[in-house]
Design a protein around this ligand. Structure first.
Ligand code: ADP
Ligand code: ZN
Ligand code: ZN
Length: 741
């Protein structure tokens, strides 16, 4: 027998399968996914690798095939099913097979499991009593004490026996030898979730019932698919997920629930816990290695039905996966920033197809990708338009900051917002002020007329660079920064900047009586900083919470009745094609924070571009209208999801060599394009052109068909592999990137 092995060395040149002979003693034991030790290279260095296939045919010269040494006893095995998923990921997203294998194996090392020992009585009552009399007679006090206790309770915790009864191991061993007791040990897996299971008995709304039924009818008939739940915040999506999972679990299948790490709060976990008790587990970055290992083992052994976690929980090794739920499907953190740069949505759908499971995507503001596919009929669309058991959506006011300037108000807080803030402080209701800092890269805009300078070729904002120039991050176009506005001639043109700290100070000056909390990168750096601030605000220890986009997610604050968005434009004019979508999502989420309790909420959106469709539609909370406008723009410009984009990120310490490499790659791509529909743009300088003295450039390939881009990636990978000129360069692929580089 022979095994195909992927050797654990990340190097493009070694990204292929090596065949090894299986020693007879391991023949029955070895299976696909196991970590093994093999002799590698000229020196036969002991190297680790993973088995990706087994066969009885040798594909190479029999005399040159080496024998594998052993199964690695400390390493974790990858589920056979996940090996197939890894192969799919390598093909879809690039990188090496070993990188993909390691991605689907979130826990690499075995960890010591906690062992619980206990003492069991082996005698029946009559024999036991006889023995007890014997011990008492012989004045063997320790033995008598243990036996008496065991006659009351035939299994005792070892801890209790040794601490409370004061009985040594020697005594237990002696009694064990006489066949009176047995010392047993059981592996216990740590359980990070604690709480009580409660039946929650809610009555579903008509919309909830419809969504559940639609899914369940298919499921019962053995039909699997992808469903997009487009449901406004508070429409009861989480309750729907729970019900769907409950039904799937009743059929003996398991479910994975993906939630962005930032929204994975105690509140959310407890909602699942109340329904599934001990059968639910979580994965997050706060768990220790041992705890993470235990959760994987519990899943593998069928001890749980539901795993909740961020992106990597997708690779939970369930034996009989039935459902994958992806909440807040539009979140950018579902895209990995490490090779392979996979998207959890696509990968979840691929895994579900391989294992005959279904996928539920949920969002109040579905990504353009998901809605586009739903409209094309690839996903089933389930809508929930009404809030359940909550107030109606907040009233929204849009404030034009250009008018404020004209009226002499140079403050970051508009008159309208100041009035409403004073009113809330009076009523002892809470306020959230949100500064949208996504587009920090610094676009150039006019404070008088709101004009923003854009690339004439790509229709995204130009970014300000230190050298006094403005640059397009897609095509490389650049021009000098203007000193007056090209639209209105005003000299109030420049980079748009404001920070949360500044705002906190302004608020304190204007409202000295208010208690203010600030949440941003600085104040959440320490462990649990994030949770601490949120719970302080939830306990009404402050009147106003000032923060970045961190504050708009996850938590429910029933006493918040006013939300202020201070500069909606900041993300609108960040330098990538998803800027409009991100702005719409953030604004909708921010507005959705107001009025979640018994009182109706209000929201103020301050902007220099009140006429921009992203802002107009967010203020009206009209997703449909936003989608129609946005998809038209994507179609016109050929951006995803209308077309597909592949970023080829090249980095190198030697700048001239980097430029040469990019030129060669571009020429190569042009040559191989042949008659395929594909554009090649750049190379452009990314936002950060140099990191730690390593220069970076990026090429963009744009094509209608995704598989055209995969083919180009495969060609380029081969070209890079055989051409020694690329050895000093690092080349990464990113399909439909979430961020501009
Ligand atoms: P979403 O996930 O869509 O934001 P949730 O599932 O969190 O919505 O529901 C919002 C609130 O409404 C929660 O407190 C939830 O318990 C409650 N809720 C949901 N569905 C119902 C229902 N059918 N009846 C009563 N309350 C409900
Ligand atoms: Zn102007
Ligand atoms: Zn451009």
């Amino acid at each position: 027998m022979y095994a195909d092995i992927i050797v654990d060395i990340t190097h493009e040149k070694l990204d292929r399968v090596f065949q090894y002979r299986i020693p007879t003693r391991l023949e029955g034991e070895l299976s696909v996914g196991m970590e093994v030790i093999v002799p590698f290279g000229r020196g036969n260095r002991e190297t680790k690798g993973y088995v990706t296939g087994l066969s009885d045919k040798c594909n190479y010269d029999e005399t040159k095939v080496k024998e594998l040494l052993d199964i690695s006893r400390s390493g974790m095995a990858i589920e056979g099913k996940l090996v197939a998923l890894a192969a799919w990921m390598k093909e879809q997203y690039g990188g090496t097979m070993i990188q993909s294998l390691k991605t689907v194996l979130p826990i690499k090392q075995k960890e010591n499991a906690k062992v619980k020992k206990r003492v069991r009585l082996l005698l029946d009552e009559e024999e036991g009593k006889k023995k007890l009399d014997f011990y008492l007679e012989k004045n063997q006090k320790a033995r008598a004490r243990l036996l008496a206790a065991l006659l009351d309770e035939p299994i005792l915790d070892y801890e209790l026996v040794s601490r409370k009864l004061n009985i040594t191991l020697t005594v237990i061993r002696a009694m064990e030898e006489q066949g009176i007791v047995a010392l047993e040990s059981e592996q216990v897996y740590r359980n990070p979730v604690k709480g009580e299971r409660i039946e929650n008995g809610i009555t579903f709304t008509e919309e909830q019932r419809h969504a559940i039924q639609r899914f369940w009818e298919d499921y019962e008939q053995g039909k699997r698919g992808t469903y997009l739940i487009y449901g406004v915040t508070g429409s009861g999506k989480t309750e729907v997920y729970i019900e769907m999972i409950r039904r799937v679990a009743e059929q003996g299948k398991q479910a994975i629930v993906l939630i962005p790490e930032i929204a994975l709060t105690y509140q959310t976990v407890m909602r699942f816990y109340r329904n599934f008790g001990d059968r639910v587990s979580i994965m997050n970055s706060r768990l220790s290695a041992g705890e993470r290992y235990d959760q994987m083992m519990r899943a593998k052994e069928g001890k749980i039905d539901v795993m909740i976690g961020p992106r990597s929980a997708l690779f939970t090794p369930f034996p009989n996966l039935g459902l994958i739920v992806m909440d807040e499907e539009h979140e950018t953190t579902y895209k990995s920033e490490q090779v392979p740069r996979y998207h959890a949505r696509e990968t979840a759908i691929a895994r579900a197809e391989m294992e005959h499971a279904s996928v539920i995507l949920g969002s109040a503001t579905p990504s353009l990708e998901a809605m586009y596919r739903a409209k094309k009929g690839e996903y089933h669309l389930l809508e929930m338009r009404n809030r359940s058991g909550m107030q109606d959506m907040a009233e929204v006011y849009t404030v034009d900051l250009r008018e404020e300037l004209k009226n002499g108000n140079r403050s970051i807080l508009s008159i309208k917002l100041q009035e409403l803030m004073a009113d809330r402080l009076e009523k002892k209701e809470q306020i959230m002020l949100f500064l949208n800092r996504r587009g920090y890269a610094g676009f150039i805009s006019c404070r008088e007329c709101g004009h923003v300078i854009k690339c004439p070729h790509c229709d995204v904002s130009l970014s300000s660079h230190k050298n006094g120039k403005m640059v397009c991050h897609y095509c490389g176009f650049e021009e000098p920064k203007p000193s007056v506005c090209p639209e209105c001639g005003s000299r109030h043109i420049g980079e748009f900047r404001a920070g949360t700290q500044q705002i906190e100070e302004i608020v304190k000056t204007l409202f000295p009586q208010a208690r203010v909390l600030r949440m941003d990168m600085d104040t959440t750096r320490q462990k649990d900083g994030h949770e601490k601030i949120l719970s302080a605000f939830a306990n009404e220890e402050a009147d106003i919470l000032v923060g970045t986009q961190m504050i708009v997610k996850g938590h429910d604050f029933p006493n918040v009745t006013l939300v202020g968005v201070l500069a909606a434009d900041m993300s609108l004019y960040s330098d990538d094609y998803r800027a409009g979508e991100r702005t719409f999502q953030l604004l909708t989420q921010a507005v959705g924070r107001a009025g979640r309790g018994t009182k109706k909420g209000e929201a103020v959106i301050q902007t220099y571009s009140p006429e921009h469709y992203g802002i107009v539609t967010a203020a009206e909370q009209d997703y449909e209208a936003f989608y129609e406008e946005e998809i038209r723009y994507r179609e016109l410009m050929g951006y995803p999801p209308a077309e597909n984009l592949l970023a080829v990120l090249v980095s190198c310490e030697d700048e001239p060599l980097l430029e040469k490499g990019c030129r060669y790659l571009k020429e190569y791509a042009l040559r191989f394009r042949k008659d395929a529909q594909m554009d090649i743009i750049g190379p452009a300088s990314p936002g950060i052109g140099k990191i730690n003295d390593v220069y970076r450039k990026v090429l963009y390939l744009k094509a209608e068909r995704y598989d055209t881009l995969i083919r180009m990636k495969n060609y380029m990978e081969q070209y890079i592999e055989v051409n020694p000129g690329f050895q000093k360069m690092r080349i990464q692929f990113d399909f439909n990137p979430m961020n501009v580089f």
